[in-house]
Design a protein around this ligand. Structure first.
Ligand code: ADP
Ligand code: ZN
Length: 432
């Protein structure tokens, strides 16, 4: 049931002991990095002062901007001769950042990913296909090494060429697939066009979906379409990549590996810890990394810690499904809205497909939101479409408190992305 029982089944107090020990070693390691040495000096902290987990809060946060300002190697905590690989974030939100790895870092990363895959029931004998882009994007090599470490036959199909992807699935008997959630829907559509019934014609039983926010409704759709179990996978380049937090078979929150990371949830404005169980920004400290440890890294991802214990027997805390990044938040007429709220409503309508686009515009001082969503099937039943539109508007208004314009568009009209889906286009002009 556990790949690393010695770590996965640690009790809370055992985890705390291990974290404390690893935190101290990490702080020591950080003193080899010009960046952290300077940080500690400037904040008048002596490394010896950080003795326990509470002391961590004395250390200033590390931000993406720090990584950019010290691009590319300013955070290296080992001599560069010991660095064997670098990755770079996909740069969704600005200049790329660089993450460095020693061979030991890569080994531990592969172990973490293998642990996640094992947790959802994958075993040697499974055939694991990865539809992530390889190269700088960590979803490629990250899953590759993790799946190999577990001992599965691994198919590095990489992104794109959906028909070829499907051919591999049927020819090789792929049983488990890693795909971005928006791509999983696309895959199904093309299967249908090719006359392939995923339940009848493939051996797929498990999907790993992650890398972008998605709703529970979207997960259910993916499971129903492909006849699989779909597990949420969370990671980011700064924390290696995939393998940071993963759902177990309970599919109720993502266990974050506390032998690798110390977790804090803070209020993004005050930077103070939020009350237990409340949503805030995820802040992570790496405690199992050599080349480039990060202390109190502000991920900008919003989530909360789920209360209670998990029946799977792991005491590593569970994060709730990500709500999105603080930079994904749209502010319309003073109301804070996350794309995922809109997706949750849309996905409840069986008539609607998986692809949607939110466009924000303004006329005079008035913010407007237009939600375009593809229909699953062609329809010219205008009275029905009209009633459907009205009902979608009503439900969206209930959720986001403003009235959007809703347009139902034929399948295949909206841009289809191969990487992470872009759900929001903000065309608002700054009004003087
Ligand atoms: P970039 O930061 O350039 O997008 P990454 O590939 O490192 O590059 O992306 C990591 C980010 O992707 C996370 O910080 C998070 O916002 C998002 N992400 C990853 N996995 C998930 C997930 N399962 N659910 C929601 N968001 C996710
Ligand atoms: Zn569990």
């Amino acid at each position: 049931m556990y790949l690393h029982p010695e770590f996965e089944t640690l009790t809370r107090s055992e985890l705390e002991v291990l974290q404390t020990e690893r935190l101290r070693a990490t702080i020591k390691q950080c003193m080899n990095s010009p960046f952290y040495r300077k940080r500690f000096e400037e904040s008048h902290i002596r490394p010896e002062e950080i003795k326990n987990l509470d002391d961590l809060r004395k250390i200033p946060f590390t931000t993406k901007q720090d990584l950019r300002d010290n691009y590319p190697f300013g955070l290296a905590a080992v001599p560069m001769e010991e660095v064997v690989r670098l990755h770079s974030s996909s740069g969704t939100t600005g200049t790329p950042t660089v993450i460095l790895h020693t061979q030991r870092d890569l080994d531990e990363w592969a172990n973490a990913v293998a642990r996640c895959l094992y947790m959802v029931g994958l075993r040697p004998g499974d055939i694991f296909q990865n539809s992530s882009g390889y190269g700088m994007f960590t979803g490629g090599l990250g899953f590759q090494y993790g799946a190999e470490r577990l001992g599965m036959l691994t198919v590095p199909a990489a992104a794109g060429n959906t028909k070829r992807q499907i051919k591999f699935i049927t020819d090789f008997g792929t049983t488990a697939l890693h795909a971005i959630p928006s791509y999983a829907g696309r895959l199904y559509e093309v299967m249908v066009e090719m006359g392939i019934d995923p339940r009848r014609d493939t051996n797929l039983h498990t999907l790993i979906i992650g890398a972008e926010p998605h709703s529970e409704e979207q997960r259910k759709r993916i499971e129903n379409m492909l006849g699989v179990k779909a597990y949420n996978s969370f990671g980011m380049s700064e924390m290696c990549g995939p393998g940071v937090a993963f759902e177990c078979k309970e599919q109720n929150g993502l266990h974050i590996w506390e032998d690798y990371y110390i977790v804090e949830i803070v209020d993004p404005d005050t930077l103070e810890p939020v009350p237990e169980g409340e949503v805030g920004e995820l802040v992570l400290t790496t405690i199992n990394r050599e080349a480039m440890p990060l202390l109190r890294y502000r991920t900008r991802d919003l989530t909360r810690i789920l209360p209670g214990t998990c029946p799977c027997g792991r005491h590593h805390i569970r994060l709730d499904r990500m709500k999105g990044r603080s930079d994904d938040m749209m502010i319309l007429k003073g109301v804070n809205i996350f794309p995922i709220q809109i997706e949750t409503i849309l996905m409840q309508f069986a008539e609607l497909g998986n692809n949607y686009l939110i466009t924000l515009t303004n006329e005079e001082a008035n913010d407007l939101m237009t939600v375009e969503v593809e229909l699953k099937e062609f329809s010219d039943d205008y009275p029905h479409l009209q009633a459907l539109t009205k009902e979608i508007v009503r439900q969206l208004k209930d959720e986001i408190l403003i009235t959007p314009i809703v347009r139902l568009v034929p399948k295949g009209t909206l841009p289809q992305q191969e990487g992470k889906a872009v759900r929001v286009k903000d065309l608002r002009k700054t009004l003087i």
